[in-house]
Design a protein around this ligand. Structure first.
Ligand SMILES: C[S@@+](CC[C@H](N)C(=O)[O-])C[C@H]1O[C@@H](n2cnc3c(N)ncnc32)[C@H](O)[C@@H]1O
Length: 184
């Protein structure tokens, strides 16, 4: 079991056919492609990345897989409210850290990630979820992880449920998975 297999399970149980999803960190497009497959031809996925290389890689992957139900946008996830209506989104994915195979000096930062989560919570429908895979360590350090754990602990329990999964007996900078459910 690892973060990927946990995510696969969460994606399958959370993404409705015909739904609307956001991939907040498109990267190489693996998650965008999974979401496109799960929402099916009548659903939509909006994906964001700040790196042109990531937008290109994601578009290429979608094209190769014959998936045409996504829009891949070169913009920060902190601006996601420009691209969707409040209360309409089923599922939002954040896969934090740097672009695998890309420039490791460009990675997600607490300030914009928290701004994006706040925006995402306004966009989610009741019962919708945000999935966070918190990768840390290496050049990205621990600042974002620590800020997020603090932020998540303070989310209003009368409006949101927060679940955290840690691989507790593994050593090293093992990613942490978190899910925020809108509604309780
Ligand atoms: C771990 S990778 C994502 C991997 C991706 N989910 C995949 O399936 O390949 C993290 C990505 O977040 C992007 N990123 C960093 N800051 C961002 C921001 N403010 N808005 C959107 N994307 C950002 C990076 O450019 C990088 O491509």
């Amino acid at each position: 079991m690892n973060t990927l297999s946990l995510n696969d399970r969460l994606f399958r149980e959370s993404v409705p056919k015909g739904g609307l999803c956001i991939d907040a960190t498109a990267g190489n497009g693996h998650d965008t492609a999974k979401l496109c497959g799960l929402v099916g031809p009548n659903g939509r996925v909006t994906a964001f990345d700040i790196q042109p290389q990531a937008v290109e890689n994601t578009k290429k992957r979608l094209k190769e897989l014959g998936l045409d139900n996504a829009e891949v946008i070169l913009d920060s996830h902190a601006n996601m409210e420009k691209y969707a209506e409040p209360g309409t989104v089923d599922f939002i994915v954040f896969n934090l850290g740097w672009l695998p195979g890309g420039d490791h000096s460009v990675f997600t930062h607490a300030e914009s990630t928290v701004a994006a989560i706040e925006a995402g919570l306004r966009l989610l429908r009741d019962g919708g979820k945000i999935s966070l895979s918190i990768y840390y360590g290496g050049r990205s350090g621990y600042e974002e992880r620590d800020a997020l754990l603090e932020y998540l602990a303070d989310l209003d329990p009368s409006r949101y449920t927060v679940l955290l999964t840690r691989f507790y007996n593994r050593t090293g900078d093992v990613p942490i998975s978190a899910v925020i459910v809108k509604g309780i």
